[in-house]
Design a protein around this ligand. Structure first.
Ligand code: GAR
Length: 224
C-alpha cells in the first residue's frame, strides 16, 4: 500500500493500536482523531499484552473494541505469536501502531504487515535504542551519558529492534536537574504526543512512501 505509490487507502485508514501500559500515546491518538488533527482515520481496535494496562480503560471509555493477548496465557512463544497475529488480523487493519507495546513483534507479523507497522520510541534513534532499551530505561541511559538533547522517533518496524526506516523525529532539551521521570514526561509532552498523531495523519492521507530503508514525505495535494 505505502511502498510503491504512497497513495491513500480508500475510506478511513483502519488503525489498530498496540499498548502495554498507561496509554498516554493512545490517548493522544484518540484526541487527535476527535479534534480533526488526524483525518481519514478510524481506530478499529486496541490490543494489549497486559490485562491491567490503563490503556484498556482509555479504549473502553472511548468505546473502542479492545482485547488482551498475553504471552503468559500460552504454552510457548510460537503459540502466543500465532494468537497475536490472529487477533491483529481480526481487526483488518491498514496500519498497526505500536504505542508503548513492550513485547517483541512476531517476525511473521512483520513480514505480513511490511511497511504497515509504526512504532514510537522515546529517543532520537540511533541513540539510546535497541534490545532492552525501552520506557524509563531510555531516559536513564540518556542522562547517564550526559546527553544535552533527547527526543522521540516514529519509525517503520522491521525485523530488528528499532532499526526500521525513520519516519519522524523531534528533539527535546535535556535539563541539568532532570530525573528520568521528568525527562520522560517532557519527551512525551513535547515530542511523542505530537509525532505519533502526525505520522498517522500522513499515512492516512497517502503522504509517505518507504524507499531503500528511508521514508519520503510527499507534498500535500492541492485541492481546488
Ligand atoms: C512511551 O514513552 C513510548 O515511547 C515508550 O513507552 C512509553 C509508553 O507510554 N516506548 C518504548 O520505549 C518502545 N521502545 P504510554 O503507554 O503512556 O503511551
Amino acid at each position: 500500500m505505502l511502498e510503491k505509490t504512497g497513495a491513500a487507502v480508500k475510506g478511513p485508514l483502519r488503525v489498530v493500536v498496540m499498548v502495554s501500559g498507561g496509554g498516554t500515546n493512545l490517548q493522544a491518538i484518540i484526541d487527535s482523531v476527535k479534534d480533526g488533527t488526524i483525518t481519514n482515520t478510524q481506530i478499529v481496535g486496541v490490543i494489549s499484552n497486559n490485562k491491567n494496562a490503563y490503556a484498556l480503560k482509555r479504549a473502553a471509555e472511548n468505546r473502542i473494541p479492545s482485547s488482551c493477548v498475553s504471552p503468559k496465557d500460552f504454552e510457548s512463544r510460537s503459540i502466543f505469536n500465532e494468537k497475536l497475529l490472529e487477533e491483529v488480523d481480526s481487526y483488518r487493519p491498514d496500519l498497526v501502531v505500536l504505542a508503548g507495546f513492550l513485547v517483541v513483534i512476531p517476525p511473521e507479523m512483520i513480514r505480513k504487515y511490511e511497511n504497515r507497522i509504526i512504532n514510537i520510541h522515546p529517543s532520537l534513534i540511533p541513540s539510546f535504542c535497541g534490545k532492552g532499551c525501552y520506557g524509563l530505561k531510555v531516559h536513564e541511559a540518556a542522562l547517564a551519558r550526559g546527553a544535552k538533547v533527547s527526543g522521540a522517533t516514529v519509525h517503520f518496524v522491521d525485523e530488528g529492534t528499532d532499526t526500521g526506516p525513520i519516519f519522524l523525529q523531534k528533539a527535546v532539551e535535556v535539563r541539568q536537574d532532570d530525573t528520568p521521570e521528568l525527562l520522560q514526561r517532557r519527551v512525551m509532552e513535547q515530542a511523542e504526543w505530537q509525532l505519533l498523531p502526525r505520522a498517522i495523519d500522513l499515512i492516512a492521507n497517502g503522504r509517505v512512501k518507504v524507499e531503500d530503508n528511508r521514508t519520503v514525505i510527499l507534498e500535500q495535494q492541492k485541492t481546488e
